[in-house]
Design a protein around this ligand. Structure first.
Ligand code: ATP
Length: 246
């Protein structure tokens, strides 16, 4: 278990409030992700999970509150600046470039640091991530849109890793995938912390997410209502009744 008091958080959201016009979607959310930690945020439809990720990485500008990354205030920063600092976002529904090949999609992951003189590094980075996802190595020339849902999800995560992130934000990576594929993807996520990547995972698949995560948060109608070690939350009667169907 990571000692929260001993280290500086990698990501820290403090009292983040977000609204879409008159609709307030987050009512003062605070959370932390420590270096080399997997953190899950679970909650039902419309509870504010996607809004939270978007407030961290740019598309949604918080009305108030602070987002700090690596001790720097990044609240409201543009997406390209956030990516350059070391945050990669894998959005819901993956958003891969369907008409480009797997290889081209992966190379695009390097856009935040790519320079012609370090061109070889982009190729090396693609090589490195395909070691984590052997299925992609076999399909580098395949058009991305013709891959299965699970393969596309792996491609989206792999592309994010090519950007050399310190923190990976994942929005519902299990959505629409068979349990076996989900298990493979979550196993790979567990291995990322050994490579120095932290993960903030938002999921409706609460059981899998809380099994994987060191710590978890439960969000309901834009508020964090519970937090604690993943395993503790799995055994919490309120979580079990509301999210685990037990
Ligand atoms: P899901 O699991 O269904 O994706 P979520 O937990 O990610 O849901 P959000 O998508 O963050 O929840 O939505 C939180 C609230 O904000 C909801 O009430 C939603 O209707 C509202 N909302 C989200 N995006 C917008 C938008 N662009 N305009 C207006 N309201 C929005």
């Amino acid at each position: 278990m990571i000692d929260l008091s001993a280290k500086r958080p990698l990501l820290e959201c403090e009292d983040v409030v977000c609204a879409y016009g008159q609709i307030q979607a987050l009512h003062g959310v605070s959370l932390r992700v420590m270096p080399n930690e997997i953190v899950a945020v679970v909650g039902s439809n419309g509870s504010g999970k996607t809004t939270l990720l978007n407030a961290i990485c740019g598309p949604v500008n918080p009305v108030s509150g602070t987002v700090r990354f690596d001790s720097t205030d990044i609240t409201g920063d543009a997406i390209r600046r956030v990516v350059a600092r070391g945050i990669a976002h894998v959005p819901e529904h993956r958003q891969i470039f369907a008409d480009l090949s797997v290889h081209e999609n992966l190379l695009l992951g390097s856009y935040s640091w790519y320079r012609p003189r370090v061109r070889h590094e982009a190729a090396e980075e693609v090589e490195r991530v395909t070691e984590v996802f052997p299925v992609l190595r076999e399909r580098l020339s395949q058009r991305a849109g013709t891959m299965s849902g699970g393969e596309q999800q792996m491609l989206a995560i792999a592309r994010a890793l090519v950007s050399r992130p310190k923190l990976l934000l994942l929005d519902e990576p299990s959505l629409g995938l068979a349990p076996l594929i989900v298990a493979q993807i979550f196993e790979m996520l567990a291995g990322l912390v050994d490579q120095g990547v932290s993960v903030l995972l938002i999921e409706q698949n609460s059981r899998q997410a809380l099994k994987l995560a060191e710590r978890g948060y439960v969000i309901e109608t834009g508020e964090i209502v519970l937090e604690g070690p993943g395993k503790e939350l799995l055994n919490n009667p309120r979580v079990q009744a509301a999210y685990l169907g037990t």
